[in-house]
Structure formats: C-alpha cells, structure tokens
Ligand binder design. Sequence first.
Ligand code: CP
Length: 321
Amino acid sequence: MKNFISAHDVKNIDSLVQAALAYKADPFKDKKLGADKRIGMLFLNPSMRTRLSTQIAAQNLGAEAIVFNVDKEGWALEFEEEAIMSGSKVEHVKDAAPIMGNYFDILCIRTFPGLKNKEEDYSELYINQFVKYSGIPVVSLESSTLHPLQSLTDIITISETLGFPRLEIKRRPKIVLTWAPHVKALPQAVANSFSQWINAWGQADFVITHPEDYELDEQFTKGATITHNQDEALKDADFVYVKNWSTFTDYGKIYCNDPEWMLTQEKLKATNNGKVMHCLPVRRNVELSDEILDSPSSIVTREASNRVWAAQAVLAELLKK
Ligand code: CP
C-alpha cells in the first residue's frame, strides 16, 4: 500500500480487517513500530471521531501525531496549477506539501467537497495535490468523494458481528445502504465509499435504496442492487447502513426530504434482526429515530469505537514500508 485513499489501494481487505481486529485484541503489540516517526494530520474541515481515533492509533504504535487545523490556523492554500495568486490564497500546495513531506513520515488529510461544482469535487484535486507534491504516503481522513477509514471500519464491524474469520460461510449477509432525510445538503463521500468497499470486499448481497433523483455515481455502486422501494430493500437485511447524501446528478441539492425515509423500529421488523449502522454524527429523529439509536439493534457506538483499529492497521502497514 503506497497511499490510503480508496478501496483500490488495498490488495486484501480481509487481511486488513484481521490486522485491525488483532490490534483490538492487543492494542500495544506494535508499540515500537512508530518509534521516532511523525504523522501529520491536516484538517481543512471539522472532525471528532476521525481525529481522535487516528491520534490514538498513532500513539498505540508509538508514533507522534501532530494535528494542524489548516482551515483555522494555517495559511489559505491554493491548489490550482498555474494559479495567479492575486486573491485570498496565501500559499500554494506545491510549496507547502514538500515541506510537510520533510517534516512527517505519513501525511493524513481531511477535506470536504464544496458541493457546487461536481467535476471539481470529483477530481479530488486537494488530496491528489498532496499525493503529488508531499513525496510521502498520504492517508485520506475523508476526501471530497470517499471516506476510506470509515468504510474499512464498517467492514471490520460487520466482520466482527458475523464472527471473524468466518470459517463456515453458510449464507452471504444482506447489507442495505439506505438514504435518510437531513436538514443540510451533505457530501456523497460516506455512501460512495461504503458502496465501493462493500463491492470490493465482495462477500455480501448489497442493496442500495434511496428516493428518485438520489442516484450515486455508478463507478462506486456498480454491482449493487438499487431500488427506490425502501420496504422491499429492508426485507431480511442483516445490516442496515443509514446515511443521508445530497443529489449527485443535479449536483449537491436536496430534492426530497420525506420523513417517511427515516428508519423506525416498525420498518426494522422486516429485517433479519438487522443491525443498524451509521458513521456519525447523526441527527436524531431526523436521520434515525431515538427508538433505534437507543435500542440493541444499533451498533453505532461499537462502529465508531472500531475507528481506532482501522486507523492503526492502515498506519502500521504504511509504517512497515
Ligand atoms: N464519522 C466521522 O468521520 O466522524 P467525524 O466527522 O467526527 O470525524
């Protein structure tokens, strides 16, 4: 693994899951691996889970994680090639990234999409410029279109719930990704990434359900069954992944915000005692009801806690290189 930006950077997802669960069982077993190593964590957007779990993961490996809130504490960065920098941007990534490449051994970056210009967001300019100019491994802490550490965590959590390793696979689990209402236009990154990783993992029957006009980019969803009928999708589901996203085709809009799409205990009855997942933060009683979040069906806290082991497995693999 050279960088950790998408599922395509990982040769064997199950090996990474196994490594993560081994860290969960014994967090400090590689505490010397990161000795004298520095991990830069650049945030262009807010975070709670990603920031804290990655810092803890680095510390478990004996590495030092240095957090830099670029959006609040740094110079405004220009990312466009050949830009005439007569506006508000103070420093070009071409100048900043190689310096960070000298300061750090691994660079982790979080950046959100603007949701105004699809081509710009889907070009992943920000993270790609850091890959191009830093000269060190880059880890996505969520980019414009993907959230790989979250998706790896999600597969770890699903695998753990099913029992890992599954020596006797009797039945492929049914995993449903369902759209949920929200008050804001949110990125497609978590939904894209979950789809990409579940498809790459290839060990589940994968169904995506959303209202009309919320189709995701086919490059991530290809292979999944897609339906606008949520009730139909939920039938016999083993895992229900709840997430809002804004429109992809007519980019970054909210078309439908029908509260009927919020998952309830009544709807969950159609599942196979389905476990409910969400990346968090969650808008209670908008995206997901209290009755589900506070019930044994919800595994969101374990899912978020597993973020540490996903980050530790990824950082360890990059440090070993
Ligand atoms: N799920 C997730 O990425 O959470 P944060 O935004 O708090 O990091």
